[in-house]
Design a protein around this ligand. Structure first.
Ligand code: OGA
Ligand code: MN
Length: 291
């Protein structure tokens, strides 16, 4: 099957021609979709009525091993009974809209900061696949930033100065910034991870900034200078001309590459309306499509 891509943003993001991902199993089509990910970094698929099991199956066919320690999985077991399915919703285990003071809500709301999934783990997340199950009657968008275009736009001296730098990422840090505190046992479990600040994508050779709200300091720099540099780079990379804002439709599936993009949730009246999405994220480890 020939897949076509319709660009959505100015530098990245595309909508994929109609297809049913539940039926896509052949190597050729999967490879075309992976080439699309390499080019566009964010792909939008309309009309994908996944069940949880179908979403798990597709995620593994497309990109291998699943991540089970992203986002709220670090706090509590989810209502799906499988930590490879991340509950991106404002609903509690009983199926009710979370109260304003619910601890999980305070954590989920941190998705409103620019981030990449599981950068505080090693391996981090590679592809995240977010499926829209229940949408509110108001806009509740997800915004993406192209970290390759942001890197390319830096001047040569700045690019040179970033060579060889490493960043410590911690979810304890990113939640703390918003006033959320972890207990002692949680902190002991959430040790954080170190990743290069600039990465080269194996498939394209393109370079990309790797940043997130979880980015706490630069290993090779004094703390204040490192933190200021991280803030400056995030500010640079999230200027409107590097971003695409996704307006959700029922049964959308959006896949993004966490190595080359950041994303954030936009606020909506989350104590009034339900919003339920389900995410699968793959581990950033080598993978070959079968066949
Ligand atoms: C995620 C995430 C943003 C949103 O699923 O990882 O950050 O808009 N989602 O729900
Ligand atoms: Mn996220």
């Amino acid at each position: 099957m020939t897949v076509t891509f319709k660009p959505l943003g100015s530098t990245f993001a595309a909508e994929v021609s109609p297809l049913d991902l539940r039926q896509v199993r052949d190597r050729d089509t999967l490879m075309q979709l992976r080439a699309g990910m390499d080019q566009y970094a964010v792909l939008v698929f309309r009309n994908q009525p996944f069940t949880n099991d179908e979403q798990l199956d597709f995620a593994q066919r497309f990109d291998g091993q699943l991540h089970a320690k992203t986002s709220v999985a670090v706090l509590a077991k989810n209502r799906f009974g499988n930590e490879a399915l991340t509950d991106i919703s404002n609903v509690n285990a009983q199926g009710d809209i979370m109260a304003a003071n619910d601890r999980l809500r305070a954590s989920t709301i941190s998705n409103r900061l620019w981030h990449t999934d599981a950068s505080f783990e090693n391996p981090a997340g590679r592809y995240s696949m977010l499926s829209a199950r229940v949408l509110p009657p108001v806009r509740a968008d997800t915004e993406f930033a192209d970290m390759r275009a942001a890197y390319d736009a830096l001047d040569a001296d700045t690019q040179q100065s970033l060579e060889g730098l490493h960043v410590y990422h911690s979810i304890v840090y990113s939640r703390h910034v918003l006033g959320f505190e972890f207990g002692e046992e949680e902190r002991a479990r959430l040790k954080g991870a170190v990743h290069p600040l600039v990465r080269t994508l194996p498939a394209t050779g393109r370079r990309s900034l790797y940043l997130a709200s979880h980015a706490q300091h630069i290993e090779e720099m004094p703390v204040p200078e490192g933190r200021l540099l991280l803030r400056d780079l995030i500010e640079h990379a999230t200027q409107p001309h590097f971003t695409y804002r996704h307006e959700w439709q029922p049964h959308d599936l959006v896949i993004w590459d966490n190595r080359t993009t950041m994303h954030r949730a936009r606020p909506f009246e989350d104590k009034k309306y339900r919003r339920e999405l389900c995410r699968t994220t793959t581990l950033d480890v080598p993978y070959e499509i079968a066949g």
